[in-house]
Design a protein around this ligand. Structure first.
Ligand code: FE2
Ligand code: FE2
Ligand code: FE2
Length: 423
């Protein structure tokens, strides 16, 4: 029923990397600029295409472990408190994804200096050492760069500082690779050109790689963790929505692939929350009107982030319409019932069900009868799909048990890997 084409890996990875930097103007495009610098150094170094793909992907995700805005901003400037924390979390997020294992180790060490590598007797010929040194240098350059000033007024100062760190902070060979291009104005102008995304998209080493559906599911789980783990309060929300949506799909007779699409849409439905400030997500009481207006933005950004990925059109709609209502009273598109297909209707109900049943900072989870009467009232008013609500009511125990089991597992995983860990 819902066949989609193969998914463009290059665009998907670029899009996700961009989402990591959307929260603050000072962060904008940080990951893409670092990936650009790494790519230019790779071209000079003439590395194998497999290595280029690995280094480029690691660069695009290198700060994925910095969850809070405060930490992200501190890393972009030089006021960081502990550079190992986000590197270690990034490693933990990626290490179990079999096709990103090497990237995970590179990310783990992307702040390690050459001096430290030398002490542990590691050589630059090892991929992990080389990759992490490339990212370390590229990241350093971007931290020195003031995006609001003319780049050509800053380039010689940046070059001088990088050269002064050659041999101790960075291996001399890595500095040489950088210097090959750093003397060209074109290198710097491209770095800050408005269409860096398009430049990377045209040049990117993942250009001909297509992602199969299993990899998409795995990547959506990675991003689900990045979205949910920003706060202990939301640590299990998307996993709950994902499980609820896929069970409803199964009951409705969706094919295996369509159920997996619902799962992906559930994992990514709140990806736009990456633009929402931490204090709003963590607020222990109900949001004020002004804060609520800020919060509303998240679902537009879910759409904004996902819309450019070829092959993801349907999932984008399912994920982005979860706050629409069939009578047109939802947001941000104010769509009407006939514009909202079955997948999006499922996501709407799955999101409401999960949100009502789970504990929030300002209230406990609602009891079954309360959830049921809330959903029924919404259906009676013509806001959400009555058939889907009937399914939830008829299978309440099954859905509730599976959702809460998956949320318990996710919380355990979160606590085990992140919350209690002292890096
Ligand atoms: Fe970093
Ligand atoms: Fe960084
Ligand atoms: Fe939402």
């Amino acid at each position: 029923m819902f066949l989609e084409e193969t998914i463009d890996a290059g665009r998907l990875v670029l899009t996700f990397a961009d989402a990591l930097d959307l929260a603050e103007p000072v962060l904008r495009k940080h990951h893409q600029r670092v990936a650009y610098i790494v790519l230019r150094m790779c071209n000079t170094g003439k590395f194998t295409s497999e290595n280029v793909r690995t280094f480029y992907t690691a660069a695009l995700f290198h700060d994925i472990g910095a969850f809070s805005l405060k930490e992200k901003k501190a890393l972009k400037t030089f006021e960081f408190l502990d550079v190992n924390r986000h590197a270690e979390i990034g490693y933990l997020l990626l290490k179990d994804m079999f096709w990103l294992t090497k990237e995970s180790s590179i990310i783990r060490y992307h702040h390690r200096t050459w001096e430290e590598w030398k002490k542990s007797k590691r050589k630059l010929t090892e991929d992990v050492v080389l990759g992490s040194q490339l990212i370390n240098l590229a990241d350093y350059v971007d931290r020195l760069l003031n995006i609001n000033q003319c780049v050509l007024h800053q380039s010689s100062k940046i070059i001088d500082e990088i050269i002064s760190l050659s041999g101790n902070y960075f291996h001399k060979y890595v500095v040489d690779l950088f210097m090959e291009d750093a003397t060209k104005e074109e290198f710097w102008l491209n770095l800050v050109a408005g269409d860096l995304t398009e430049f990377l998209f045209a040049e990117n080493p993942l250009k001909d790689v297509n992602i199969n559906f299993n990899l998409l599911v795995a990547l959506s789980e990675l991003f689900r963790n990045v979205i949910d783990f920003r706060s202990r309060f939301t640590a299990t929300h998307s996993v709950g929505v994902s499980v609820a949506a896929s069970i409803i799909g199964e009951i409705l007779g969706f094919s295996k692939r369509e159920v997996a699409m619902l799962e992906v849409a559930g994992n990514l439905h709140d990806i736009g929350k990456l633009v929402i400030p931490d204090f709003i997500l963590e607020k222990p009481s109900k949001l004020e009107e002004k804060e609520y207006r800020l919060m509303i933005k998240h679902v537009f950004y879910t759409y904004y982030i996902l819309r450019s990925v070829k092959g993801l059109e349907l999932i984008t709609r399912w994920a982005s319409f979860h706050h629409e209502r069939l009578d047109g009273s939802g947001y941000p598109f104010h769509l009407n019932g006939d514009e909202i297909d079955i997948g999006a209707r499922i996501l709407m109900v799955a999101d409401l069900f999960t949100a009502l049943a789970e504990k929030r900072p300002y209230r406990d989870g609602m009891k079954a009868n309360e959830v049921v009467s809330f959903l029924q009232q919404m259906a009676d008013k013509g806001k959400i799909d009555a058939n889907i609500v009937a399914i939830v009511i008829n299978h309440y125990r099954e859905i509730y048990t599976k959702v809460s089991e998956s949320q318990k597992r996710a919380l355990k995983n979160y606590d085990l890997k992140f919350a209690s860990k002292d890096f």
